[in-house]
Ligand binder design. Structure first.
Ligand SMILES: N[C@@H](CCC(=O)N[C@@H](CS)C(=O)NCC(=O)O)C(=O)O
Length: 226
């Protein structure tokens, strides 16, 4: 039975894995989950699909796995990923893992929290954003963007060297996320912007397909600003 992939394209790690599977031509059955409708919050979902009630996750026959980074490693072992994406060589792989672990308390945390408070919570609850919280998380986003530029992109074109890897994919999908709230973290940061454009260009047309909803909502936020 083909691998079943459960995702919501408004979720950053979901987009990263979606792009990874498609670019690596790993066959999968697409199983979208609409988080905004609370599809993942039922008891049936918890029992049958994913005990953590989050996306992304996979069902590979009777094997259920969540956590995007664990899924990358599993897919790499079971199905094989292009060597450039997640190299088998120990030290090269460890450097990519370094980013995949680092991101949890940096890009992942801050960009997600900013977008939650600036866009997701107001959208779901139909209320105005709490500007104090939005501002607090925006400062953390700036701090983590400084680190991306000054630490990760200091000596090379991509996050872990001069070629694009899974680390760039995860970072890019996170950095796209606050555009849902009309905030582009690359603004005024030519180095970051140039890196993000390289990632986008290398992964077209799948990258744009995965970001269709993000781009649509971001365009309407831009229009509202005028
Ligand atoms: N550490 C997990 C994060 C999973 C996660 O937080 N998913 C979010 C979407 S990005 C979700 O499903 N949220 C639904 C909820 O919390 O109700 C991963 O990397 O896969």
């Amino acid at each position: 039975m083909v691998l079943k992939y459960y995702y919501d394209l408004l979720s950053q790690p979901s987009r990263a894995l979606y792009i990874l599977l498609k670019i690596n031509k790993i066959p999968f059955e697409a199983c979208p989950v609409a988080l905004r409708n609370g599809e993942h919050l039922t008891d049936e979902f918890k029992e049958k699909y994913n005990r953590f009630q989050k996306v992304p996750f996979i069902h590979d026959n009777n094997f259920i796995l969540s956590e995007s980074v664990a899924i990358v490693r599993y897919i790499s072992r079971q199905y094989g990923l292009g060597e450039e994406w997640y190299p088998k060589e120990s030290k090269q792989q460890a450097l990519i893992d370094e980013y995949l672990e680092w991101q949890h308390n940096n890009t992942r945390l801050y960009l997600a929290m900013y977008t939650q408070h600036a866009f997701i919570i107001p959208m779901l609850k139909g209320q105005e954003p709490d500007l104090k919280k939005v501002d607090k998380w925006k400062k953390s986003v700036y701090m983590t963007m400084d680190k991306i530029e000054e630490l990760w992109l200091k000596n090379h074109k991509y996050i872990c060297g001069n070629t694009l890897t899974v680390a760039d994919l995860f970072a890019a999908c996170e950095i796209e996320q606050p555009r849902l709230a009309g905030f582009d973290p690359t603004e005024g940061r030519p180095k970051l912007e140039s890196w993000l454009n390289s990632v986008r260009n290398e992964l077209e047309p799948v990258y744009s397909e995965a970001h269709t909803f993000v781009n649509k909502i971001a365009a309407s936020q831009e229009k509202a600003k005028l």
